[in-house]
Design a protein around this ligand. Structure first.
Ligand SMILES: [Zn+2]
Length: 176
């Protein structure tokens, strides 16, 4: 390398004119960037059962836990899990958030209510979902809730096959 102060690389720069007049080779490529996501064995079954209106977990015979969402491996025992087990579509609020902001940080009148739900029949843990049919001031840790499902024909095998969790109604929601 010389210690020249001219740092531009050698060669002839392209001009806009040269490109517009087709004096250089250009290529148009209509991209089709589709992708597929492999859910794996455990979450694949979990999502398939959501489409059936059921929540399923995996059991570990060593620590006797029921893992929801299911995992094929027990991170506590460091061994594969052993079997499938259906759990209830009810549970309790473990923690919650009342959001008055949209994703773009603009304010909203009706807040978005989200909670981590500990599912009945599962060991500690659970999953994040929306709360509905409830006022923000009525939500509390430990509040009993029940899943509200999409109609079967609208389910796609998604966590959104559950629309939200609403407060448990002791008269209406007998244990199944
Ligand atoms: Zn275990």
């Amino acid at each position: 390398m010389s210690d020249s102060t001219d740092r531009s690389p050698p060669g002839t720069p392209l001009s806009d004119e040269a490109i517009q007049q087709g004096k250089v080779l250009t290529l148009e490529w209509p991209s089709s960037l589709r992708y597929a996501w492999d859910t794996g064995v455990a979450i694949g079954r979990f999502l398939a059962e959501l489409k059936n209106g059921r929540i399923i977990g995996r059991t570990c015979h060593k620590c006797e836990r029921v893992l929801v969402p299911p995992r094929m491996f027990c991170e506590r025992c460091f061994r594969p899990t052993d079997g499938w087990r259906f759990v209830q579509d009810s549970g309790a609020v473990n923690t919650f958030s009342i959001s008055h902001l949209r994703w773009d940080a603009s304010r909203i009148e009706d807040p978005i209510l989200v909670a981590v739900i500990e599912i009945d029949g599962a060991s500690s843990g659970g999953f994040l979902h929306y709360l509905g049919e409830v006022k923000p001031e009525e939500i509390g840790i430990g509040m009993r809730v029940k899943a509200v499902w999409k109609p079967p024909e609208e389910r796609t095998g998604s966590i959104r096959d559950i629309l939200y969790f609403r407060p448990f109604d002791a008269a209406q929601d007998r244990p199944s």
